[in-house]
Design a protein around this ligand. Structure first.
Ligand code: PMT
Length: 402
């Protein structure tokens, strides 16, 4: 019988705090998780693989080159088995390696190969932790969606005092439990996400468009798929590759996006409309490239349908999350859109700030619902995706009035 328990892959790197990972493994095993440990060679100098093998009752992986009895590529099979991966302690060296996609040992190869949520609990000397390069590497991991369990302050093994101590084991275990619960909370659900901006043709080579990169919608779709949903991603033109595990429909115009959304909406439990849909399109697109000499003095425009408002007015079983891109009175305008478009939640952002919204890695959003307004701080779009889905998952199955 296959083991159907949630699998936590625990990575251990070469720091003195590795002895505390024994307690982490014990706590996770007690929680009923299946725990598989992967160690760097350096970690084995602090704690023996036998210790982790005994605590987890599972083989411990150290070498990329070990002979696997079932002839599987071990770092890939381990990566696929992981529902959550946690690295504790994580040294500055391993943070740097995984931030740059290096894979010269079993642990780093598993990190690159896995699609599971990644939790990193750094531990190191205070000066190493504070260095710009380390902070940049940590920021790169956060931007990719990793959860960082920040190190604490105190006396360090080297004798220095400051931040760099491994966070308390219970805090790391709690981060794992949260990720493990969330990691599968959308199993059996159908989720539709729109992303990117639409291109409204003027002629075969010119269009009216906007600066949406698709990053926000792609992050939401990827996170929903990771949490077990069947995900339809309807996206305007973008250079981003298809996110793992999503059924992607690529469209150009608002009318095409509407058709793709309406064809799937009835089957969905959750719809998140992050796309920047053009409100207007040229009334007549020229079939040939317009010559300079024939340039019209003006382009007459026609209104595009409002897809979100149409979904809202139809009712339906799906939890409906809209976005609002505002340049002033963000909260008031978001509240108006919540009602006018019949949504359960509006994710509002201030796009007058060039550091926010369109095309950026990070954003600052307000979550507006009938329960009130929640302000999220500046954070990577992948983290925003998690926060949106946490709220939306809570709305699924709850009584809603809209
Ligand atoms: O893609 P990124 O570079 O990551 O940028 C993210 C973003 C800035 C595009 C995103 O955060 C965002 O704000 N998306 C909504 C953009 C927008 O069109 O906002 P709006 O206030 O004009 O529209 C409100 C809502 O109605 C949106 O959910 C929109 O998808 C929807 N809409 C709008 C017009 C229309 N004709 N049909 C629609 O469904």
């Amino acid at each position: 019988m296959p083991d159907t328990r949630t699998t936590i892959v625990v990575g251990v790197t070469g720091g003195i705090a590795a002895y505390k990972t024994c307690e982490l493994v014990r706590a996770l095993v007690r929680d009923g998780f299946r725990v598989k440990v992967v160690m760097t060679e350096a970690a084995t100098r602090f704690v023996s693989p036998l210790t982790f093998r005994t605590l987890s009752a599972e083989p411990v992986a150290v070498s990329l080159w070990a002979d696997e009895p079932d002839a599987k590529v071990h770092h890939v099979s381990l990566a696929e088995e992981a529902d959550v991966m946690v690295i504790a302690p994580c040294t500055a060296n391993v943070i740097a390696k995984i931030a740059h996609g290096r894979t010269d040992d079993m642990l780093t190869a598993t990190v690159l190969a896995t699609e599971a949520p990644l939790i990193v609990a750094p531990a190191m000397n205070v000066h190493m932790w504070r260095k710009d390069v380390t902070q940049r590497n940590v920021a790169a991991l956060k931007a990719r969606g990793a959860v960082i369990v920040e190190p604490g302050r105190g006396e360090l093994a080297c004798g220095d005092v400051g931040e760099g101590r491994l966070a308390p084991v219970e805090e790391i275990a709690e981060a794992v439990r949260t990720a493990a619960t969330r990691s599968r909370d959308l199993v059996g659900k159908h989720v539709l996400v729109t992303a990117g901006g639409t291109h409204e043709p003027i002629d075969p080579v010119r269009f009216i468009g906007n600066h949406s990169s698709g990053k926000t919608g792609f992050a939401i779709a990827e996170e929903a798929a990771r949490r077990g949903a069947r995900v339809f991603l309807v996206t305007g033109p973008t250079h981003l590759p298809d996110p793992f595990g999503c059924e992607v429909v690529r469209v150009q115009t608002a009318l095409q996006m509407r058709a793709a959304v309406l064809a799937r909406a009835d089957a969905c439990d959750l719809i998140v409309m992050s796309a920047a849909v053009a409100d207007f399109r040229p009334a007549a697109a020229a079939s040939e490239k317009i010559k300079k000499a024939d340039a019209p003095g003006a382009i007459s425009l026609e209104r595009n349908p409002d897809i979100l408002a149409e979904l809202g007015s139809r009712g339906g079983k799906a939890v409906l999350v809209g976005f609002a891109a505002e340049t002033s009175d963000v909260e008031a305008n978001a509240k108006t859109k919540l009602e006018a478009k019949g949504c359960d939640m509006i994710v509002a952002n201030d796009v007058s700030d060039p550091e926010l919204g369109f095309g950026t890695e990070d954003n600052r959003v307000l979550l507006v619902s009938r329960d009130g307004v929640e302000r999220l701080g500046m954070m990577p779009k992948k983290q925003i995706a998690r926060e949106i889905l946490n709220r939306a998952a809570a709305l699924l199955g709850s009584e809603r009035a809209r």
